[in-house]
Structures are given as structure tokens and as C-alpha cells.
Design a protein around this ligand. Structure first.
Ligand code: G3P
Ligand code: CA
Length: 378
């Protein structure tokens, strides 16, 4: 797989080396591992990923959220995947579903509340791996941060937890309706943890992708994980473009922790680390703060060399996460004193895009799309 990927990766590498506007999966006129049609313009650069759908406006990882993101024009729609007890993949940001479903209001599941250690962190709540899919389907999704996104609570209780299979069928349906392919950005969550439980994610993801003909190098999905080992495993199963997510520089991917690999994210974003990643992935997904750091007061600083270094290694960058609310913005882009009010998100997104990133995850795809459109006009 790694050998077969090389030609595509090199093409992407060549494109990335050209810098902003020419880089990457979907760059104009570039043949690459991205699966663009003959016109070579299937995805724009920079592309916008609807983070958990359009989670700034609807409870995350629901069909309400995915549909809105697609209707807004998001280029790619994100799914985070965890398994049920009976091995189905469902779309949740984490296996602890306490904050994003109404599970705590279901007396029949009261005895499922438990404490578990997930990737070294003790958590008390309800977990997907303790529910069959049929049981999980009796729950309804709700807004994760109702204090910040009160308007989203309007939709609490409206949608079920989607399965990955349902999303793949939805993408096919929407693709037929729109006469174009619907792109997905698919993340394996806590893959080492689930493998230890006998619920390995990668084979299940690969099987589902194969069943829908989405397993090829030119299929309309990116695969992503915070665990490089999960990306390597996926690479042995399917040929889709892959993105290694990167947490804070002082952290270590959980599979590294389990394997006793001492490398930190700070090591991985150095040229040697990026070169290593480029051996099995086509992109990285760092935090936006790894690209535009913030000082002690939360103000945005001078961009780091990460975009240049990643492009030099042949990697594209899909950083996370652009959000409209003051509380998520650097201090210098905040407006007024209400942390939940919108700040100058357009200004911040423009600054992020100006660094040469190839795409961006955003809870507010419409805002990010506007910033991207303005960026491309410059
Ligand atoms: O996958 C990109 C971004 O979503 C990573 O952060 O924690 O929201 O999955 P998280
Ligand atoms: Ca994610």
C-alpha cells in the first residue's frame, strides 16, 4: 500500500510545494490521490470541512447538522466514529455520550452509567460500547454546549445518533441529487482503546467503505486519526487519502503512549517528524493554534513555519477548528465582552487561510466558505 501510494503522494507533494492556491487534494489541474475528476477541480483550495456537520447551528453529528453543512456548500462533511457493543459504527465525537444525547433521561439505562478510563482519562457517564445499536437508536441527540449555543437547543431531541452506514447512504443519495460526489472526512476515535475491547475500528471502516465503493485512492473521502498507528492500519486496508491529526505539542498520540514511543506532537511537527508522517499519509490536521500561536493573553502571534515545513514534506494541512464565537477566537479577534457572541471570525479565518493552509475544519461552514471565497479572489 505504501509503495502504491507513492506516485499519488508525490504528485500531491509537488502540488503542495507550489504553495497556497495550488496545493493539494483538489488543487486546480493537479492529478493526485484526491480523486478529482478529469477537470481536476472537484475540490477547491482551500477547502472547507463542515466540522461535525454544521455544529455551530445544529447539535453535532446529526443529520440535521450534516444536511445543513452540505446545503451551506461545505466541500467536505466530517464524521467522528465510535462503535456500539454489537460492532456498528456510529457518529459521535467520543464514546461517552452523556453530553450529546438524552441518555441520562432514560431510566432503563440508569444502570449503564459507569466510570471508565479512556486514553488515560477517567470518565463517568454512558458509553457507546455498552449499548447495542438498537438501544442507541432509542436515544436522541442534544446540543453539547447549550450555554454557548443556546439557539441549538431548539433542536434537542430531534435527531437520532446516525450510523456510518446511514451517512454513506445519505452521501450517495445527496450525490445523485446534486450530480456531484459528496466528500466525507472520516475520523477513527480512540482506536487503540477500542481494539483492546475487540472492537477494532479500521477493519469496520474499511469494510463499509468497500461496500460503497469508497475505498479507492480517488474515492471522495479523507481518513483521519489522532493515532498514527490507526492511519497506518487504514493504509493497509484502503487507498483513500489520509490525514494524521495532531493534538497539542506537549502531548503524545495515545498509540505512542501504549507502545512506549517517546515522541511527542512537538517531535512530529519538526521536519523529521513530518517526513515520517509523509511515509504513510498525505496530510496533517494540526490545531489552528499550531499555525497561528497565541500569546499568554490569548492574542494571535506570528505564524509558525508549520505550513512551509509540512508542504516541504509533501503534506497538506487541514487544521481545526474555526468557530464564530468570541470564546473560541484569539483575544484580538473578539468583539465585545459576551463570550458567546460572535467575534471577527471572518477576520480570523482570513488570517488562517493566508498562511497557506489547504483546508480548514469549521463549525460554521458558511462563515469559513465566505472567508475562503474571499481568499481565492485575492
Ligand atoms: O478531526 C478534526 C478535528 O475534529 C479534530 O478535533 O476533537 O473535534 O475531533 P476533534
Ligand atoms: Ca474530528
Amino acid at each position: 500500500m505504501q509503495k502504491r501510494q507513492q506516485p499519488g503522494r508525490r504528485t500531491v507533494l509537488g502540488a503542495a510545494a507550489l504553495g497556497a492556491g495550488a496545493a493539494v487534494f483538489g488543487g486546480a489541474g493537479q492529478a493526485s490521490a484526491s480523486g478529482r475528476g478529469a477537470a481536476g477541480r472537484e475540490l477547491p483550495v482551500p477547502l472547507i470541512v463542515g466540522h461535525r456537520g454544521a455544529s455551530g447551528y445544529r447539535p453535532e453529528h446529526t443529520f440535521g447538522s450534516y444536511q445543513l453543512a452540505l446545503d451551506m456548500g461545505a466541500d467536505v462533511i466530517e464524521q467522528d466514529l465510535v462503535p456500539t457493543k454489537d460492532g456498528h459504527l456510529v457518529c459521535r465525537h467520543e464514546n461517552d455520550i452523556t453530553a450529546t444525547t438524552d441518555v441520562s433521561a432514560h431510566p432503563e439505562f440508569a444502570d449503564r452509567k459507569t466510570t471508565k478510563t479512556v486514553d488515560g482519562t477517567a470518565l463517568t457517564g454512558w458509553f457507546t460500547e455498552d449499548f447495542t445499536l438498537a438501544e442507541l437508536k432509542t436515544l436522541r441527540a442534544k446540543e453539547r454546549i447549550p450555554g454557548t449555543r443556546q439557539h441549538n437547543t431548539l433542536y434537542d431531541g430531534r435527531w437520532q445518533v446516525p450510523t456510518f452506514e446511514e451517512v454513506l447512504r445519505w452521501a450517495e443519495r445527496e450525490g445523485r441529487k446534486r450530480g456531484r460526489r459528496v466528500w466525507l472526512h472520516i475520523e477513527t476515535k480512540h482506536p487503540t482503546y477500542f481494539r483492546k475491547l475487540g472492537l477494532g475500528l479500521e477493519e469496520r471502516v474499511a469494510k463499509a467503505l468497500r461496500a460503497h465503493g469508497r475505498h479507492r485512492e480517488d474515492s471522495p473521502n479523507f481518513l483521519q486519526s489522532f493515532e498514527p498507528g490507526s492511519i497506518q492500519r487504514l493504509g493497509r486496508l484502503v487507498d483513500c487519502p489520509k490525514v494524521v491529526l495532531l493534538d497539542a505539542p506537549n502531548t503524545r498520540p495515545w498509540d505512542f503512549v501504549e507502545a512506549g514511543d517517546p515522541r511527542t506532537v512537538a517531535d512530529l511537527i519538526k521536519p523529521a517528524g513530518l517526513k515520517w508522517i509523509a511515509g504513510f499519509a498525505q496530510g496533517i490536521g494540526p490545531s489552528l493554534t499550531d499555525i497561528i500561536p497565541r500569546d499568554a493573553a490569548g492574542n494571535s502571534g506570528k505564524p509558525t513555519s508549520l505550513v512551509k515545513d509540512a508542504h516541504a514534506a509533501g503534506l497538506v494541512l487541514h487544521p481545526y477548528t474555526g468557530r464564530n464565537e468570541n470564546t473560541f477566537l484569539p483575544t484580538d479577534y473578539r468583539r465585545g465582552t459576551d463570550p458567546d457572541a460572535y467575534g471577527d471570525a471572518l477576520g480570523y479565518f482570513a488570517a488562517c487561510l493566508a498562511t497557506g493552509i489547504d483546508g480548514m475544519f469549521s463549525d460554521n461552514p458558511d462563515t469559513a466558505l465566505l472567508a475562503a471565497e474571499e481568499f481565492r479572489k485575492r
